[in-house]
Structure formats: structure tokens, C-alpha cells
Design a protein around this ligand. Structure first.
Ligand SMILES: [Zn+2]
Length: 237
């Protein structure tokens, strides 16, 4: 290789390195699309919480994920499901599989205009961070299932996301969430199905967290693809 050619290659490589998008949150696969320092801090805190929980089963974020923030009028534009229809379910965050992107409400919106968490609680930084952790978990589960040639089952994915969200939530906020449904519990693993989740998603989240305390191994079993949801509709207690 000539000296001129070597020098040209070196210059090209340096140029490419200089223009490569820098990863965010200290994680190669995460890109946070915001200039707002507070939103960025929320995003990275949520990512780190999800990574900590997933690491307990030796999983991590393996596919590129964008985290974007939405505000006011942006929300309706963003709340488009993959089949092209709109949802009328208010949400402070959600995950789109194509492209892999988490959308969450910006903390710059007045609290009164923001979607309450778990259907009841005024949004706060703690709850917004937990929302990011929830949605990042959907991303990881989706790609794990896709790598096995499967579509992520909704109820199982929600189970994982709520467990991460509540398991990593700081007190006293977690107790406030649990107190919304003080006696709600899942009777068995088989109750992690679409019927129970859809009947009241936030309550399902609280039930998932309580079940996780009694059966912590279920979390890793779902991530490993060892649980196949039943849709027999076993009623929740
Ligand atoms: Zn979810």
C-alpha cells in the first residue's frame, strides 16, 4: 500500500469517526433525540433502570433505539399504531417497533396537560423515568422475540415492562402506585394473558409487580421465551 494511499485511508477513517453519531446514556445502542437537558436526564435514567433489571437475566439492549419526546399537539400525530389506526388511549409513553423508537411526553409540558401515570397519578420526573424504563423493556423484548422468529406476546411484554417500571421505582412513589389497587394480585403465571391485561392495564401492572415478588424467576423465563401466554381469560383476583 503506497504512503499516499495509506494517508488517504487514514484521513477517511478519521473523517468517518468524527461524523459518527455519538451514542447516548453511555450505551452504544441508544440515541436520545432532544436538546433539552432535563428530558435527556430522564431518558438516560430510564435506560439505566431498564438495563439494570435486564442484566439480572443477562440481557441488554442489542438493537438501536431512539428516544424522542412529544408535547401537546405532537401527541396525536405520534400516537399511530403500526397498522395505521389511531388509539384514543391516553398514554405518557409508548414504543413503536418500526422504527424502534420510544416516545414519551416532554417534562416541559405543564403537569396539568400531561397524561396521569397509572391513570391516576399526576406526572412527575420519577414517574416519567419509570415510563422510559417500561418502554425500553418493550424494545428489548420485541427484538428478543423477533430474533426467535416470533411476535412478542402483548401481555407477557407488559408484564416485563411493568415489573421493570415498578421494581426500579423510588419510594414513596411506588407505594403510591401500589395503593391504587391495594388488593389486586395475579393468581398464577397463566393469568398473564391478554384478557387480564386489557381489562385494566395499569392495575395489571401493579398485579405484575406483586407477582414478581412471589415468583421472581418468571421474569427471566419470559425473556428467555419459556412462557407462552394463554388467552383462556383466567380472571384476576
Ligand atoms: Zn407497555
Amino acid at each position: 500500500m503506497s504512503r499516499l494511499w495509506s494517508s488517504t485511508m487514514l484521513l477517511l477513517l478519521c473523517t468517518l469517526a468524527a461524523t459518527t453519531v455519538q451514542p447516548d446514556c453511555g450505551t452504544e445502542q441508544v440515541l436520545v433525540d432532544t436538546d433539552d437537558v432535563g428530558d435527556r436526564r430522564v431518558a438516560c435514567s430510564g435506560v439505566h433502570r431498564a438495563l439494570k433489571s435486564l442484566a439480572s437475566c443477562e440481557y441488554t439492549i442489542s438493537e438501536t433505539l431512539h428516544i424522542r419526546f412529544m408535547a401537546g399537539g405532537d401527541k396525536e400525530k405520534f400516537i399511530v399504531q403500526e397498522n395505521g389506526s389511531y388509539t384514543n388511549v391516553p398514554t405518557s409513553g409508548y414504543y413503536l417497533r418500526k422504527p424502534s423508537c420510544v416516545y414519551v411526553e416532554t417534562r416541559r409540558m405543564p403537569v396539568a396537560d400531561r397524561t396521569p401515570a397509572f391513570g391516576h397519578l399526576p406526572m412527575s420526573d420519577e414517574l416519567l423515568i419509570s415510563t422510559v424504563a417500561h418502554e425500553v423493556t418493550h424494545h428489548v423484548h420485541h427484538h428478543l422475540c423477533a430474533s426467535r422468529g416470533r411476535v412478542a406476546p402483548r401481555a407477557a411484554s407488559e408484564y416485563l415492562a411493568y415489573v421493570v417500571q415498578l421494581d426500579t421505582m423510588a419510594e414513596p412513589k411506588r407505594s403510591e402506585v401500589l395503593d391504587c389497587w391495594p388488593s389486586a394480585v395475579l393468581p398464577s403465571r397463566q393469568a398473564v394473558n391478554h384478557f387480564v391485561w386489557a381489562s385494566n392495564p395499569p392495575r395489571f401492572g401493579v398485579m405484575a409487580y406483586r407477582f414478581h415478588q412471589a415468583d421472581p424467576g418468571f421474569f427471566c423465563d419470559i425473556l428467555a421465551g419459556r412462557y407462552h401466554a394463554s388467552d383462556r381469560g383466567i380472571p384476576a383476583q
